[in-house]
Design a protein around this ligand. Structure first.
Ligand code: AKB
Length: 316
């Protein structure tokens, strides 16, 4: 990767990935894009509506990029609220991005998700290759997206790569519209109020990962030797399997008075229950050396420290 276009660059992954890519590959080699322009973009920024057929293509051509990292998408809860819009953005955007990659001969990354699994998928230690019959619009989009990326690789030779992300936890940009968002909110509320009301029920396990591990995974997979990749699109990756009470216990080690209670949201709870409790990441480890550095406690220490610094800076 030498010159990279990032779509959805203002989102939860995009905002941090863009900065990391700029420090690794050079400020002028990263083109950030999103549906709206931020007030003061920190580097090259272009407005792109991914649902418009030619916009990704035009910007990729203009900057002569060699890679597209396509992140623009609606997350699971939002997609469930607006299924048709989700189809248009998640699938329409993806096919437009893949077409640009095909026409300009670009490398391509897009994330899938644990949402690509469904209630009939084995729940524990979910294998890399298994039953995928999701019951959400987001899941339908993710499975179709995995297959579409495989198709563009086998039919047109586009170098497509992807991972199935678990819930991603970060202090920089809030996720917004996901089922796993509680695992970010809990840290902010722990600091602000010392309590958190979880919309996900006690005992509901989902895979999670701290953002630095997710960003490293994208770069490591994109730099991996293609001859070693048997799966290419949608490697299972995970750092931990956790339920709300595990976050509470980890936060209590740092903030002993912290308390969590529950007011379950049936929609997001239903989505969470349709996903695996824990996934198996052996293929990613074997084929490109994936390894997560953070577990729940080291992530909690860093999250609390960084959120405190951020809130202090914002109130100064
Ligand atoms: C969501 O909750 O929708 C996302 C995901 C797991 O894909 N964080």
């Amino acid at each position: 990767m030498k010159k990279i276009l990032v779509t959805g660059a203002l989102g939860q992954i995009g905002s941090e990935l863009t900065e990391q890519l700029r420090s690794t590959y050079g400020e002028d080699n990263i083109i950030a894009s999103d549906i709206r322009r931020p007030e003061n973009p920190s580097g090259i920024f272009e407005e792109i509506d991914v649902t418009k057929e030619k916009e990704i293509y035009e910007i990729s051509k203009k900057y002569k990029v060699d890679t597209i990292i396509h992140l623009a998408a609606l997350l699971s809860a939002k997609a469930e609220a607006f299924p048709k819009v989700a189809w248009e953005i998640n699938m329409g955007g993806l096919v437009n991005a893949l077409e640009a990659a095909k026409q300009l001969d670009l490398k391509f990354f897009t994330p899938s998700s644990i949402g690509a699994f469904g209630p009939s998928t084995p729940k524990d230690n979910t294998p890399q290759d298994t039953l995928q019959r999701p019951t959400t619009m987001y899941g339908v989009n993710k499975v179709a997206g995995e297959l579409l990326c495989d198709y563009y690789f086998s039919r047109f030779g586009v170098d497509t790569r992807g991972v199935r992300f678990p819930g991603l936890i970060s202090y920089v940009t809030a996720p917004g519209g996901g089922t796993t968002d509680y695992a970010v909110e809990v840290y902010y509320e722990a600091i602000r109020k010392g309590t958190y009301t979880s919309y996900i029920a006690q005992g509901t396990h989902m895979d999670m990962m701290y953002m630095p591990d997710a960003l490293n995974a994208i770069i490591q997979l994109m730099e991996a030797d293609p001859d070693r990749l048997k799966h290419r699109n949608a490697f299972n990756i995970t750092a931990m399997s956790a339920a709300p009470e595990h976050f509470a216990a980890s936060i209590c080690k740092q903030i002993p008075d912290f308390e969590m209670d529950y007011q379950v949201d049936p929609v997001r709870q239903g989505i969470a229950e349709s996903w695996p409790d824990s996934i198996n990441a052996d293929a990613a480890k074997e084929e490109w050396g994936f390894e997560a550095a953070y577990d729940i406690d080291s992530m909690t220490i860093d999250m609390l420290k960084k959120i405190r610094e951020k809130l202090k800076k914002n109130s100064a």
